[in-house]
Ligand binder design. Structure first.
Ligand code: GUN
Ligand code: ZN
Length: 472
């Protein structure tokens, strides 16, 4: 399919944390730049050609969606670890610090061998794209070469790599409290490799039509426990030299981690305060987990406008706790969803949506006797609208990409999923789809709660088809 193209059919578009639009017959025009040129709602079949003509779209290809098919904005995974995909599902009995030591660090250390990275990363990126993730924030390992290999997958998978998945790729910084076989020897070595990765990613040409390069570097201090103060200080200085450079790290995931962190930074007011003291809390900082934040930390993060990546599957799986996402939303903090593979055992944002719903229900059940009537989200179950928003627009805000992706609007990139809940989608859970007419809202809910990659037939980034069942 060559651009421009017009999509005609059902569309679900997030509007806010409280509502979405479910449109039965919509025309979305995508220009040759991959950006949305115009959108017209409530178009009857007989008006399609006339509407296109009125916009100067003569002889342009029209893709008509069938009953049981609809478009939604692509999912945004605000936190995942590409090198942990090989150990998905292992280490069920451990909590965070022991899991890192016994499962994760040994697996990540294997990426010292760039050939292992080459053999692993291609299928990782492919699987994440086919799960419907159009933007992904990746942690690599401490190894420069392997992280360059992760980046090069965009070359391997797509000859014109810059039209592939939208991604942020970071090389982990770790210079203490790590095993001898998996640690950077000095601040200088860690910083040199970090700068080399940034230059490597930035030197490649970007799509001139995209607001920003589709693949960008991201600073990745693993977490405060594995970074000395001089390393965090150097990373803070590097961040200050480039306000556009995103930062990702972990925060307050597990109680033993919080206690250890406070002991390492006794001069800092809190875990969040430690990051802030090094200039690492800012509007394009992504903080993963945030299960056990104090009220002062919530106030600080809201003031700094940093975003939170809610990783509920991982928070349950590693017995970390239940993050009070409603409370953060009521404080005006940006929140997106993260799979946190392999703390989380699924690379699909659908699974994060399902567990985000359960997490909010757990909090609502626990606080039933003490509802906060004045709050909009605190202690309440997240609605379908909120869940869809967190998976798309919320993630875009967290990544500082809200002007280019996260919803369908004129001028934004066409990053989209074509969802198929017809009975030919290959997912038996959807076989009710021919039992009678269903509302678009009902189909969306069914997709979010029992859909999987079999129901994602096309994945588009910047207007280009990059994955989904239709491409396999
Ligand atoms: N904290 C520091 N590193 C990690 C990691 O790899 N996964 C999770 N879930 N938490 C972390
Ligand atoms: Zn993580």
């Amino acid at each position: 399919m060559s651009l421009p193209v017009v999509y005609y059919g059902s569309v679900v578009n997030p509007v806010s944390l409280k509502s979405f639009k479910a449109l039965g017959a919509c025309l979305i025009a995508v220009s040759s730049t991959g950006n949305i040129d115009w959108i017209v709602e409530d178009v009857h079949d007989s008006m399609v050609q006339e509407t296109m003509g009125a916009h100067g779209y003569l002889d342009v290809e029209v893709v008509c969606l069938q009953d049981g098919e609809f478009l939604i904005p692509g999912f945004i995974d605000t936190h995942t670890h590409a090198p942990q995909v090989p150990n998905i599902g292992s280490g069920q009995s451990y909590e965070l610090l022991e899991w890192l030591e016994r499962i994760t660090f040994p697996t990540e250390s294997m990426f010292q061998d760039p050939d292992f990275a080459r053999r692993t990363y291609t299928s990782v990126v492919r699987r994440i794209i086919d799960s419907g993730t159009t933007t992904c924030c990746y942690y690599g390992t401490i190894h420069l070469e392997a992280t360059q290999v992760l980046f090069s997958n965009y070359l391997i998978l797509h000859a014109d790599y810059y039209l592939g998945q939208r991604a942020f790729i970071g090389k982990c910084n770790m210079d203490r409290n790590s095993p001898s076989y998996y640690i950077e020897p000095s601040v200088e070595v860690s910083m040199a490799a970090t700068k080399a990765l940034i230059s490597h990613i930035k030197q490649l040409p970007s799509n001139p039509h995209a607001a920003e390069p589709l693949v960008q570097p991201i600073l990745t201090p693993r977490f405060a426990i594995t970074c000395t103060s001089p390393l965090l200080s150097s990373l803070g200085q590097l961040a200050a030299s480039d306000p556009n450079l995103r930062i990702q790290t972990h925060i307050s995931e597990n109680l033993a981690e919080v206690t250890f962190t406070k002991s390492l930074f006794p001069e800092c007011s809190s875990y969040a305060g430690a990051y802030d003291s090094f200039g690492l809390l800012r509007a394009n900082t992504i903080l993963a987990h945030a299960v056990h934040l104090s009220d002062d930390e919530i106030t600080l993060i809201a003031k700094k406008k940093s975003g939170i990546s809610h990783c509920p599957t991982s928070n349950f799986n590693l017995s970390s706790g239940v993050a009070p996402i409603g409370k953060y939303l009521d404080h005006g903090i940006k929140v997106g969803l993260g799979t946190d593979v392999s703390g989380g055992y699924s690379p699909s944002i659908l699974n994060a949506i399902q567990n985000a719903s359960i997490a909010s229900k757990v909090i609502a059940m626990q606080t039933r006797g003490n509802p906060d009537a004045s709050a909009e989200f605190s202690n309440k179950q997240l609605s379908v609208a909120s869940l869809l928003y967190l998976a798309t627009s919320g993630g875009a805000e967290v990544c500082d990409l809200e002007n280019s992706v996260g919803s369908f609007s004129v001028g934004k990139s066409f990053d989209a999923l074509q969802v198929n809940v017809r009975n030919n989608a290959g997912n038996p859970a959807m076989w009710g789809s021919d039992s009678g007419p269903r509302s678009l809202e009902g189909m969306l809910e069914q997709f979010l709660f029992c859909g999987d990659d079999r129901n994602i037939s096309r994945v588009y980034v910047q207007g280009k088809l990059i994955g989904g069942t239709a491409t396999r």
